[in-house]
Ligand binder design. Sequence first.
Ligand SMILES: [Zn+2]
Length: 464
Amino acid sequence: MILELPARVASNTPSVAYIGDIAYSPAETVKEAYMSRRFAFVALIALALVCCSTLYAQAPGQIAIRAGKLIDGKSDQPISNALILVEAGKIVSVTPGGTAPAGAQVIDLSQATVLPGFMDMHTHILLQGDVTAADYDEQLLKQSIPYRAILAARNAHIALDHGFTTIRDLETEGAMYADVDVKMAIQRGEVPGARIFASTRAMAPTGMYPLLGYSWELNMPHGVQVVDGVDGARLAVRDQIAHGADWIKYYSDRAYFFAPDGVLHSHVNFTDDEARAIVEEAHRLGHKVAAHSIGSDGIAASLRAGVDSIEHGDGFTPALLDQAIKQGAYWCPTITVGAYVAPGRGGNWKPMVESEKKAFQEGVRKGVKIVFGTDVGGFPWTELNQAREFKYYVDYGMTPMQAIRTATSTSAEMLGWSDRLGTIEAGKIADIVGVGGDPLAHIEELENVRFVMKDGVIYKNGFK
Ligand SMILES: [Zn+2]
């Protein structure tokens, strides 16, 4: 008998009470039956935090950040010597040359360039790199979902440590809804990590996503939710949203090849009716849709279905870029993963990187809305800082300021969170990072973030 339908996990807006270094949601603090167990847990966590106190520095009251140079995410030029006042997790004011109010904790970042927290719009916290098909199968066959979730929590912490205060995690690769669990633990302050927009299981039709190629006698796990037919598509969207999905993700295509026309083509997974059902149902329920679309055929199918973001997009043609612009669809290029896996995968992957470079240059020229995304997890979290993506964008023709906007204001806009994230200005959530050099002169500086604040909590400060 169902008396009520509680949401398994709250929206991404933090609603927390701070106890020492740990944040708890108000709902958690009132259940008396659990109090003694919780206090034991708090004591344990507090003990653990004493051992790694450099990670956390929750300060009471106001925090005044003195920024040597501020890239606020909206101005064309940096602001020199700005004072950012933070209180209760929010930015209260930004004043050029301002003075810190009496009693505020002053953070001296006068030697730093300060920016909005970075946002990676294509990650896989449940994946540890899959250059080969064997790498992928091994994770699904030999690692339990609890084990993978532990690594996912570590990965969300790595993202935060690299200055990525927000990530859109685009499917769990067979780990069911474990992304929602990691998101919940971070939201509740149980573990440190980036703010997560979760998409749970993703979707592909029967036979179009690994694990494939095993004996028919075996019932193998799948890296996605297998979805067939219009009714199946609508049900899958409802099911994933019921389990905490913020975004819906589906695989639009597979089997990429260059045709004599020189264009990167692909085989499309869903019928137009199925893809449209996914998008319509998600939109009807107030959620957005990302579609893995590498070849031109997959991109065209995704745009016909009306998706909100095109993932990868290596086969974008000028006509498809025009169509994306017309529809207001975002492009999340994930150049880092292509460059990383191409040598190991061989085949078409290297020419695909070249195809994407050409498309990217054309996209920048035409003004398609590009959001920063890396596909980290497709390459190992521990081997490469995902901020490498910035350098590709600049090498491919963006100005450093344009590249920074992809990971700040444009990403916030795609998420529908422009009122809360993406810039450093009064009223926004206090997600703030700092680097030592000048990223407008050397974009690689963004690969060495030394100060990280998320929700007004300082997680890292190498400027002390
Ligand atoms: Zn991906």
